[in-house]
Design a protein. Structure first.
Length: 126
């Protein structure tokens, strides 16, 4: 009778050990998955941090470009007001017309326009 009880207890202990081993395997597998997700999150955060660090530089550049654009628009607005007020005639003195000299040209990409005087412009080969 004692032997039966001992075998029964040994089987119960064996089953409990097996259950514990199974639970340990499950916990181990979950820990591995959790570690993988954690590493992925760390990698994503590093990448995001790098991208965010570049944002400040882009914001500064954008601010500079906005400033330049504002200046150009202001100059255009002033020019339009001047043309409206005075007419286009006072601006003729600052304009140098262009003329195209097509002799000795092999390709339009080899040309550059060179202003000369008020009445003509020549194109030189590069």
């Amino acid at each position: 009778m004692y032997r039966d009880w001992q075998e029964e207890k040994a089987q119960e202990i064996g089953k409990k050990q097996e259950e514990i081993e199974n639970k340990i395997e499950v916990v181990d597998a979950l820990a591995v998955k959790l570690l993988q997700r954690f590493n992925y999150s760390v990698s994503t955060m590093k990448t995001t941090s790098q991208h965010l660090s570049e944002v400040h530089t882009l914001q500064v550049e954008l601010g500079e470009l906005k400033g330049r654009l504002t200046e150009v628009l202001s100059n255009c607005d002033a020019l339009c007001k001047r043309i409206t007020a005075e007419g286009p005639e006072p601006l003729w003195s600052s304009i140098k017309p262009f003329a195209v000299d097509t002799a000795n040209r092999s390709s339009p990409l080899d040309q550059r326009v060179v202003p000369t005087d008020q009445s003509s412009t020549s194109i030189e080969k590069n």
